[in-house]
Write a protein of this length. Sequence first.
Length: 230
Amino acid sequence: MRQKQKQKDDFHVDCDYELSYNFDPKKTAVLSIDFQTDFLSSEGMCESRGLPTSNLRKIVPRAGALLNFARNVGLTIIHTRECYKDDLSDLNPFRSYRDGIIGEPGPLGRFLVCTEKGSEIIPEMAPIAGERVIDKAGFNAFYGTELHKTLQDAGITHVIIMGVTAQCCVSSTLRGAVDHGYFPLVVRDCCAAYDEEDLDASIRVIYSENHNFGWVAESEKVLNSIANES
């Protein structure tokens, strides 16, 4: 794969398959995807439905460390939530048919309704002052939202993606990023799925057809990225 030439002040990340991901902090955003209470908490709706939320919670320490790294080096940070209006008027017919529990009562309120406690971002991954939260009525954070405009207004060309779940909102947002022309890096050990095989499959697809969907690296490689001083 043709590599982007490294510029002064770029950070360098060693990626899978001996690829390199170089980014300028001033032009890079972290997309923190759907770290919502109902998805991750042992008290939330997904746990009450028998899903192994522990598979998602185990990435939180690494994702939190990546979030702190991003803040320290001055990356733009954008958080997303999948959630819907109280009257579900923005829930499309397919999602209503396939995901019949959206809007249903749960341990922390109506499932995936924006105003409910279960839709809040977990404390460990919560935004701080100045960080944007994008609510999306679906999987892809670019669809029907201000995400692309927000990134363009900030001069962003590169996005570092982490979150849950790998096969749904992470993968859909990754494809949206590629279609909008961004250079994406997926941080594998900061992404998760209830079924580990879904995570593995999602990562494998990124590598397909000459790495058609970007770059993949472990969080340690991102945390250890060093600015090019040459």
